[in-house]
Design a protein around this ligand. Structure first.
Ligand code: GDP
Length: 313
């Protein structure tokens, strides 16, 4: 990409898309295009076609997706598979037909088998059963990867796929019924602190392990790979370190300044026991995460506090 390139960021209001936009702007890219979902419904192929024909972007970051935590994936499986298949099919196909120079597709590490060897390497894709709580979402993402690879093979496109680990940061979803664990815990601990509650409920046993990457780091990696990596192989994006949900809850409690007790609700699902990605391919391509978890947690909590203030004003 050069600073004049026309870049379309699909999903620019979300956790990932907003971080990519911030990072592109900081780096001096100034010919950016985006549309809200009201202006452009990405599940509607006619609208997507007209948009691409009219705008003719050179580069596309496909960060638009229906995403959610363990409960939302469990409760709305049809929406997770349908919306993601539709969005990615429309955008990838329109990008090909309108001669986009390069597209970056964002997947997720839940595409790997539930019991994949840890840390999970890119070549463990399709070697075993998926985690049932998010299988429909994972199947859609796997279809997106295969679509990029197939278009590259048949049409000579340059569509790359990256698999970020669990992300957090500004514009995260803090709704307790649909969010991922980290934003949920920020909110729960904050509210417990404000109401001086004696306990905070954490779902599951607290033993599953997860890896967390701050969204600005992901954005930096995505832009780096857009500029330097051309290949059919997927690339994991992570920090290469994981922690248990119990340890995470303790860290969030400390960041928020909550001193009460943590209670585990074991009637809620644990999901996959561990999800740590192997980042050796990413490292060999010349990129490493820079933001430590404690710093990221502090920034995410500050952002949450600002939003809470805005709602009150
Ligand atoms: P996953 O990584 O796809 O399993 O999705 P989540 O981020 O939603 O959940 C990760 C782990 O955190 C699971 O073991 C959850 O049971 C656990 N967890 C603990 N408390 C919460 C909570 O308040 N919300 C969510 N979403 N998960 C929680």
């Amino acid at each position: 990409m050069n600073l004049e390139s026309k870049i379309y960021v699909a999903g620019h209001r979300g956790l990932v898309g907003s971080a990519i936009v911030r990072n592109l702007q900081e780096k001096g890219y100034h010919n950016l295009v985006f549309r809200t979902s009201k202006e452009l419904d990405l599940t509607n192929s006619n609208q997507v076609d007209s948009f691409f024909q009219e705008q003719r972007p050179d580069y596309v970051f496909l960060a638009a997706a229906k995403v959610g935590g363990i409960a939302a994936n469990n409760d709305y499986p049809a929406e997770f598979i349908r919306d993601n298949l539709m969005i990615q099919t429309n955008v990838i196909d329109a990008a090909h037909r309108n001669r986009v120079k390069k597209l970056l597709f964002l997947g997720s590490t839940c595409i790997y088998p539930r019991l994949a060897e840890q840390p999970m390497r890119e070549d463990s894709l399709l070697t075993g059963e998926l985690e049932p709580t998010n299988e429909p979402y994972a199947i859609a993402k796997i279809a997106g990867i295969k679509m990029c690879q197939s278009y590259n093979r048949q049409y000579g496109t340059n569509f790359i796929s990256i698999m970020p680990t669990n992300l957090f940061g500004p514009n995260d979803n803090f709704d307790l019924t649909s969010s991922h664990v980290l934003p949920a815990l920020i909110r729960k601990f904050h509210e417990a602190k404000v109401s001086q509650a004696e306990t905070v409920e954490v779902w599951g046993t607290g033993t599953p392990k997860r890896e967390f990457l701050y969204s600005d780091d992901l954005a930096d990696a995505a832009i780096y790979l857009m500029n330097t990596y051309n290949g059919n192989d997927l690339v994991n994006i992570g920090v290469g370190k994981d922690i248990s949900i119990k340890e995470l809850a303790e860290k969030v409690g400390k960041t928020v300044g909550y001193e009460g007790e943590i209670v585990f609700n074991t009637s809620k699902p644990d999901g996959t026991p561990r999800k740590l990605v192997d980042v050796s391919r990413l490292k060999s391509l010349g990129w490493e995460a820079k933001i430590p978890l404690d710093d990221g947690l502090k920034m995410a909590y500050d952002w949450f506090l600002e939003q809470t203030e805005k709602v009150r004003l």
